[in-house]
Design a protein around this ligand. Structure first.
Ligand code: ADP
Length: 154
């Protein structure tokens, strides 16, 4: 059976922390789908097309990695694409507590899907998309926190 992982998130924008987790997961899976979940009630900094384009650009040389969008429950999307695993990154114990409750709910909703956690690199553990957006919003240079060569203009 093909091992297909879904890495869900908003990726507003993708950061070096996300990139690192995804790259380190490559040897574990046959395919990794970086999936942007869309929530119409949420306001995003970058529009969906731009977020998708940034992920595709980041992994342009990685044939195992795809970027897609989805609506609705993450587990339903995982079923739809025959995912065997859900991939998540852990930065802190707070991440762990949050992720544990989601993973337990997902186990109930879709027992065949296993959640796999990879620990972030220490140097990336303080990076998150909210901080990157704050820097951009205030006219700062956020390039060191996002994958190399990304165009951060809207
Ligand atoms: P959302 O924006 O929907 O909250 P995130 O972009 O925060 O989604 O997170 C998607 C996944 O990436 C989560 O598993 C999260 O723990 C992980 N992640 C986010 N930032 C980092 C980082 N700096 N290092 C490792 N994992 C990270």
């Amino acid at each position: 059976m093909k091992r297909i992982a879904v890495f869900p998130g908003s990726f507003d924008p993708i950061t070096k922390g996300h990139e690192d987790i995804i790259l380190r997961a490559i040897p574990l899976f046959d395919e990794i789908i970086v999936a942007i979940g869309t929530n119409s009630s949420k306001n995003y900094y970058f529009d969906l097309e731009k977020r998708l384009e940034m992920i595709r650009y980041t992994f342009r040389n990685e044939p195992k990695i795809k970027a897609e969008t989805y609506t609705g429950l993450t587990v339903d999307y995982c079923k739809q694409v025959n995912a065997t695993h859900l991939l998540r990154g852990l930065r802190t114990s707070a991440d762990f507590e949050f992720e544990r409750s989601i993973a337990h709910i997902n186990q109930t909703l879709y027992p065949e899907l296993d959640t796999v956690f990879l620990l972030s690199l220490q140097e990336y553990s303080a990076i998150n998309s909210t901080i990157v957006r704050d820097i951009l919003f205030n006219g700062g240079d956020a390039s060191r926190f996002v994958p190399d060569g990304l165009d951060l203009s809207k």
